[in-house]
Design a protein around this ligand. Structure first.
Ligand code: ADP
Length: 616
């Protein structure tokens, strides 16, 4: 049961359990009701026997009365001579006395024609004397020599009663009939007092005795026309309409328990029914026993079992929940332990990975650092080599530049000595002044060369672009003059950039030399140097343009490669642009080349430094 059931199966099981519990409750209720009912039926049947007997006793108490009275000589005499008033009076008194003695009975003598000759109630209102009862079956039966028995409503009094008739004989001849009308009120009163619902019906189903007055003279089944006609002829129940009992269908049912509106306010109460046929006249006694207890028992049993079922279901559910919770807890714990184990494993793996990665990274960093150092060294070497090359190339120019003043110095010195010998002191002094000027100029040239060959210290500082341009131009001045190259400079004097002055000068010299190479042999060699602002704040662009042949597409992608040159051997090393690009990048700048229809254009971007020394 530790595994979960599917929702569908669970619903099915729930329905089954509910159905089982429901049918168990119903069965238990039925069983309890059946037991209770069996007891009740036995009890009701027993009471019915008692009631039937008491009714029999009540009736049979009077059975001998008309027979005995009919034997009285005076009674027979009156039957024989009905017109004797004195005799009639005597018989009247006799009948009254006997009736009183018997209690609750009216005795009367009927002549063979049906006329009443004497009656115990002769002196009371509703006396029977003179009334004709020829139509009554009991009279007819007695006149025929038998005993007449009949229950009916008095035609004169309207009071119901039990009629017992016996013939008055004169020898073998019936000359009259003596009738005892017995009231059964007392019997009904006893039933009422006992609290039982009792009915006695005649052979037609008309209830003529009942523990409740509102049930009398009602039928327990429909009366058909011939029956009604017969009843009308005998005036058994006078002119009473004899309606059907409101619960006649409930009485006709086969169910043991019937619901009958017999409550104090007309509400339906469950009853069980017991019947017993009485005597020869087709009477039936019905006893309705209160079955509330049976119903209550059934309901209690059903409720009890249902409660038990619910309790059992709840306990089962609770037990299942508990088991599930326990198993879930165990599973969760196991999962947790697994997860913890996994985690530890993963952490160990990750740690190892990280350790390895760290080692790799460290090695890589080491390699990179080493590579960078090597690169930097190589770059420096390259820069130095390039400088040396430039120096070498410039050596001729420089030699010329220095030879000229040296030759002049030699001449001036010789001349000064001669002038001093000749005593022309002031002229000698002029010569000396001129010599000093020449020396100044020469030391300037050498200072520039020294500065160019020196390794830059790399520290970027605010360097005025205009100054760097001027110094670079000074280095190539002679060549430009020789080759009649016109230079146009448009550089504002106040813009400073983050660069190392010697490096910037070096890049510019490279660009200017290349430009000079490019415009060589052009009709109007022209080089333009301009400083422009760019769209990106803080960056300025130093542009070097020439009107040379431009850069062919085939070579433009390679001109920044080290040792790439299109120049004849001995003239170009192919290092100038490579070094310049490396330097530009070193200081956070870029160097790009493009070919214009009128020549080539090199753009060097530089980081501007506004006043205060910080990058703009
Ligand atoms: P080098 O000047 O020794 O050849 P550089 O690296 O300075 O080495 O230049 C590489 C090449 O770039 C040159 O050989 C030339 O073909 C091309 N180049 C450089 N500047 C210009 C220019 N202003 N006009 C046309 N081509 C140029």
């Amino acid at each position: 049961m530790s595994k979960r059931l599917s929702p569908g199966l669970r619903l099915f099981l729930l329905v089954v359990v509910v159905l089982l519990a429901g049918s168990a409750a119903i069965m238990a209720g039925r069983q309890a009701a059946a037991w209770a009912l069996r007891g009740l039926l036995a009890e009701v049947q027993g009471r019915l026997e008692v009631y039937a007997q008491s009714l029999d006793v009540a009736v049979e108490r009077f059975a001998h009365l008309p027979y005995t009275v009919a034997l009285d000589p005076a009674v027979a005499a009156l039957a024989r001579t009905p017109d004797d008033p004195a005799l009639a009076g005597r018989v009247n008194r006799y009948l009254a006395a006997v009736g009183d003695r018997a209690g609750n009975a009216v005795l009367y003598l009927i002549g063979p024609d049906g006329n009443t000759l004497a009656a115990g109630n002769w002196d009371r209102p509703g006396s029977f004397v003179g009334v004709n009862f020829a139509y009554r079956p009991y009279f007819q039966a007695a006149l025929a020599g038998g005993e007449g028995r009949f229950y009916g409503v008095g035609n004169v009094t309207g009071i119901p009663g039990y009629f017992i008739a016996s013939p008055v004989r004169d020898g073998g001849r019936v000359i009259g009939v003596v009738v005892a009308k017995v009231s059964l009120d007392t019997v009904e009163a006893v039933w009422r007092e006992a609290g039982d619902a009792v009915l006695v019906t005649d052979r037609f189903g008309v209830a003529f005795l009942a523990s409740r007055p509102d049930w009398t003279l009602q039928s327990i089944r429909p009366l058909d026309e011939p029956v009604r006609r017969q009843l009308a002829e005998t005036k058994q129940y006078g002119t009473h309409p004899l309606p059907e009992l409101p619960f006649s269908t409930a009485l006709a049912m086969a169910d043991p328990v019937r619901w009958i509106p017999a409550g104090p306010a007309g509400e339906e109460i469950p009853f069980v029914l017991a019947r017993k046929p009485l005597g020869q006249e087709g009477w039936t006694m019905l006893l309705l026993g209160d079955a509330s207890l049976v119903v209550r028992t059934e309901r209690t049993a059903m409720a009890g079992i249902a409660l038990l079922a619910v309790l059992a279901a709840v306990m089962l559910f609770a037990w299942r929940q508990r088991r599930r919770r326990l198993s879930e807890q165990i599973q969760a714990q196991a999962a947790l332990e697994r997860a913890y184990g996994d985690l530890e494993h993963k952490v160990a793996e990750r740690t190892a990975d990280l350790e390895a990665a760290k080692g790799r990274l460290e090695r890589e960093v080491e390699q990179r650092t080493q590579a960078e150092q090597e690169l930097r060294a190589a770059q420096n070497d390259l820069v130095q080599a390039a400088k040396m090359a430039v120096l070498g190339q410039m050596a001729a120019g420089v030699t010329h530049e220095l030879n000229q003043p040296l030759t002049a110095l030699r001449g001036l010195a010789d001349n000064a000595a001669q002038l001093l010998d000749q005593g022309r002191e002031s002229e000698a002094r002029e010569n000396l002044t001129f010599i000093a000027q020449l020396v100044d100029r020469m030391s300037k040239i050498t200072a520039q060369l020294r500065g160019f060959s020196r390794r830059g210290d790399g520290a970027p500082g605010p360097v005025p672009v205009a100054t760097a341009v001027r110094e670079a131009l000074a280095l190539v001045e002679r060549r430009f003059a020789n080759e009649r190259i016109i230079v146009d400079v448009d550089v504002p004097s106040d813009i400073k950039v983050a660069f190392e002055p010697v490096r910037l000068q070096q890049v510019l010299v490279n660009l200017l030399r290349n430009a000079a190479d490019a415009v060589k042999g052009m009709p109007d060699p022209f080089i333009e140097i301009a400083l422009q602002r760019t769209s990106r704040p803080g960056l300025v662009a130093l542009v070097v343009r020439d009107n040379g042949p431009g850069i062919p597409d085939t070579v433009r992608g390679r001109i920044f490669d080290p040792f790439f040159t299109t120049k004849p051997a001995g003239e170009g090393l192919g290092l100038g642009l490579a070094i310049s690009l490396a330097i530009a990048r070193d200081y956070g700048g870029t160097l790009e080349a493009s070919s214009l229809p009128t020549g080539a254009e090199f753009i060097l971007t530089l980081t501007e430094i506004r006043t205060g020394g910080r990058p703009a």
